[in-house]
Each structure stands twice: as C-alpha cells, then as structure tokens.
Write a protein that binds this ligand. Sequence first.
Ligand SMILES: NC(=O)c1ccc[n+]([C@@H]2O[C@H](COP(=O)([O-])OP(=O)(O)OC[C@H]3O[C@@H](n4cnc5c(N)ncnc54)[C@H](OP(=O)(O)O)[C@@H]3O)[C@@H](O)[C@H]2O)c1
Length: 216
Amino acid sequence: MATIGIIGAGEVGSHIARAAIVSGYDVVIANSREASTLSGLVAELGPSASASTAAGAAAAGDFVLVAVPLRLVNDMPVEALAGKVVIDTNNYMAWRDGNYPIVDSGEKTEHELRQEQLPASKVVKAFTHIQAPRIIAWGRSRGSLDRLALAASSDFPEAVEIVARLYAQFGFDTVDNSPLSESWRTRPGQPAWKQERQTRSKLIANLVGANRTIPR
Ligand SMILES: NC(=O)c1ccc[n+]([C@@H]2O[C@H](COP(=O)([O-])OP(=O)(O)OC[C@H]3O[C@@H](n4cnc5c(N)ncnc54)[C@H](OP(=O)(O)O)[C@@H]3O)[C@@H](O)[C@H]2O)c1
C-alpha cells in the first residue's frame, strides 16, 4: 500500500486517481483552489481518497502525479516535491498554453523544463499519449493478445521503474523512451501520440518513426 499525491484534479488526475484506488493505492488529490472544492470528487472516489492543497498532496505522496499543464512561471510546490519521483502528464499545446520559444526551437523538451523547475525531484513523463478515460477502459492482464503499451521518459531509471509498476498494475506494458531529451517522440502530433491503440512493438516502431519537424 502506498500513497500517490495527485496535483491536478481534472481529466487526467481524476481518472488516474480512480485507477490507482482500484489498484490499492491511497490518493491525496489537489487542484489550484481550496481542498473543499474537491468534496464531490473525493466522495465519489471513496475512503482511499482525500483532498488537500498542491503542497499537501506533494508532501503526502510516496510519489506524486502532476496532471497540470506546464507553465513557464513555475506554479508547482518545489520544496514539497523535493526528493520525490514526479510523474508529469503534461502535453505542451501552444494553442492552449501559449508559445514556449525554448521548446519550439528544439533546444529543450517541455519535460526537461519541468525537470529544471523541480531540480531536486525525479521527473518522469508518462500517461501523455492516452486519453484519460482509456487508462481504465483499455488496461488488460499480462499475456492478453490485445495488451497495449505506454511510454515513459526520465533521466532517472528509478522513476521509470515506478511508472512501469503503475502501468503494469493498470494493465499496460512499458516502453522506456528515456532520457527526457528524447521525450519529444511522444508529444502531440507524433505517430505515438496520434495512434490510438499500440502494442509494445507498434509503440516502439512509432517512437523510432518520430520526426521532430512534425508540427504539434
Ligand atoms: N485529458 C487527457 O485525456 C490528457 C491525456 C494526456 C495528457 N494530458 C495532459 O495532462 C495535463 C492535464 O490535462 P487535463 O486534461 O487533466 O486538464 P484539466 O482537465 O484542465 O485539469 C487540470 C487540473 O489542473 C489543476 N491545476 C492547474 N494549475 C494548478 C496548480 N498550479 N496547482 C494545482 N492544480 C492546478 C486544475 O485545477 P483548477 O480546476 O483549480 O484550475 C485542474 O484540476 C495537460 O497538460 C494535458 O495536455 C491530458
């Protein structure tokens, strides 16, 4: 039994909370407002869930899921996340987030930026190329012919291991697409992001077939 801190209680945060509770985790979940604004979600999730502030969720988690768009002005609780594995689900979308020139130029990936914002944490990009409701709907037991795979990227192998354990508990294989500088291969517009159902071999082929010049 472990506790996952979840920062972001929207589509991704709430669906991963549901999947995590089914897999036996406790979750402490936060949005950008008062914890009381999450009373409906927490009631739905049941006794394994509680609500807190972002810093409270970060402090409570054995590891932490950040299901929040990246902002250039760092809005994450840096100190409370220090020393922890941080699973970052953000997909940079300029139409929604605005333009990040350092990412647009190819100098850095959006997840390298998140790692820079959280220098004492171990950031891992995960859950970014599956629509949130499918995390529960598409999981299959190991050995199933229709079992799918998801990618993880990090500069820290132990962070990829935590994601691989979570993916396996949710019914997915893992393809390690590390380090973070390679994480562009799963960003919006790339074959691995656009493809709906990917077995392990199909996902590997799509990562190899990625092309950095494809627009998001
Ligand atoms: N939706 C998907 O299927 C999907 C799949 C893969 C990846 N992603 C990516 O994952 C990220 C989250 O997506 P989403 O669809 O879950 O977004 P969403 O439904 O808009 O939810 C975002 C959540 O983040 C919270 N939030 C924003 N800033 C915060 C802060 N500084 N501190 C604490 N909480 C904060 C929001 O709280 P408030 O309500 O208080 O503003 C909200 O609960 C995005 O980058 C998205 O592109 C989404």
